[in-house]
Design a protein around this ligand. Structure first.
Ligand SMILES: C[S@@+](CC[C@H](N)C(=O)[O-])C[C@H]1O[C@@H](n2cnc3c(N)ncnc32)[C@H](O)[C@@H]1O
Ligand code: SF4
Ligand code: SF4
Length: 372
């Protein structure tokens, strides 16, 4: 792990110590792509300066397109995860129209915006899924995919930058309990097909793992199995909004130690996200970083974000307007100003944007900018 990365992680560590009486550990086979994820801001310096201009009152909104958007292809799903945070959205049963998707891709290409294909429901169940991926590739879009892995998508693996398969269990029995359907082995077979079909190193293939109090009986064996299949990483995080089955902080830190030992010499890497997922109310900060990303629902609604639990904000609908018109609108300008008031984020829960807001806040406090 590089020196810069250690410094960033230490800064997060201090915050963890304050909040939980525990300090972040540094391990050898931690997934660097995640470790460096906040440093990606350095690669997007115009975006950063546009966001800081809003913070400093130089302008009223960051009009630059998001760095990436989450595109919900469909609300339909073939599984029934007990804790799925998109349960409500799935009631819509909406499917995003291919023509609209192609139009969005043209806009996103123009602004260098990356696209994560995900739910609502299960993106690979979109009736034109392969065409969607082809359209993204032809438009020159960088695409990632979050999928439950029940559909064999190995045929398009090389067209994606990364794929994350949500496995969320270590045995068939756990899978049935967590996800309501019996297809653990089918998902592992599909993962194997993806790993075999790709040109290695061109597409990152990972496994997503939502941790509950009841799905870790064979986790270490699973990690070994994933290593043999050729999976690059496993990304674990505690279940959100499911209090009674949420693992304790102690058990998460203990799991982290075990994973560090197990993966010391393996190719597969791990990431156990704790800090990003436990902070509520956006840590009492203004939300200036919301414009790093945005969400497009399968019914065409452009949502500001996903984790405002008390007053979700819909910016417009791509069936009615272009993304650009929605993004650079007087309404979004008003929202942008509203989010400068920390108290407006009182209903925000476990939001990954909070980590970026914390970084911007720290930057604002730097006293010796012209010294290194
Ligand atoms: C809503 S799903 C949509 C994509 C696809 N159906 C899937 O499951 O991968 C997107 C991601 O959200 C995660 N997720 C859903 N509910 C969650 C919860 N309560 N806590 C943490 N992650 C959750 C899923 O595990 C999945 O990785
Ligand atoms: S597979 Fe994805 S969308 Fe479907 S229920 Fe599970 S988490 Fe929700
Ligand atoms: S949930 Fe709150 S903190 Fe997260 S992006 Fe939305 S407004 Fe910002």
């Amino acid at each position: 792990m590089g020196c810069v990365s250690v410094k960033v992680a230490c800064a997060v560590g201090v915050r963890l110590k304050n909040s939980f009486g525990e300090c972040e550990m540094q391990e050898t086979n931690y997934w660097d792509e995640f470790e460096y994820s906040k440093l990606k801001l350095l690669l997007n310096k115009e975006k950063v300066s546009s966001i800081l201009d809003v913070r400093n009152g130089v302008k009223k909104m960051d009009e630059r397109f998001p760095i990436s958007v989450e595109l919900h292809l469909t609300d339909n799903c073939n599984l029934n995860c007990e804790w799925c945070t998109d349960k409500e959205l799935r009631q819509n049963r909406a499917v995003l129209n291919l023509k609209v998707i192609k139009k969005l891709f043209r806009e996103f290409w123009h602004h260098g915006t990356g696209v994560t294909l995900e739910g609502g429901g299960e993106p690979a169940l979109h009736p034109d899924f392969m065409e969607v991926v082809d359209a993204g590739m032809n438009a020159g879009i960088d695409m990632g995919l979050i999928t439950n892995g029940t559909v064999d998508i190995s045929g398009c693996i090389d067209k994606l930058k990364w794929v994350r398969v949500s496995l969320d269990s270590s045995t068939c029995e756990e899978y049935k309990k967590e996800k309501g359907v019996d297809c653990f082995e089918r998902v592992l077979t599909n993962l194997e097909k993806m790993c075999k079909a790709r040109k290695v190193e061109e597409t990152f293939i990972g496994v997503g793992y939502v941790l509950t109090t009841r799905n870790q009986s064979s986790l270490m064996e699973l990690v070994k199995r994933l290593e043999n299949i050729g999976v690059d990483y496993i990304y674990l995080r505690p279940v959100e909004e499911a209090g009674d089955i949420t693992p304790s902080l102690e058990s998460l830190l203990d799991l982290r130690k075990k994973l560090a030992e197990l993966t010391a010499d393996t190719r597969i890497k791990y990431m156990l996200a704790i800090s990003d997922r436990v902070v509520d109310k956006n840590a009492g900060l203004p939300c200036i970083a919301h414009s790093l990303t945005s969400v497009i629902h399968a019914n065409g609604e452009v949502a500001l974000c996903e984790k405002r639990r008390t007053d979700g904000i819909i910016l417009g609908n791509v069936y009615e307007n272009s993304f650009e018109d929605i993004w650079i609108s007087p309404f979004r300008e008003r929202i942008s100003q509203k989010l400068l008031r920390p108290e407006c984020q009182s209903g925000c829960s476990a939001c990954r944007v909070t980590g970026f807001n914390m970084i911007f806040e720290q930057l604002e406090k730097v006293h010796s900018k012209h010294f290194i």
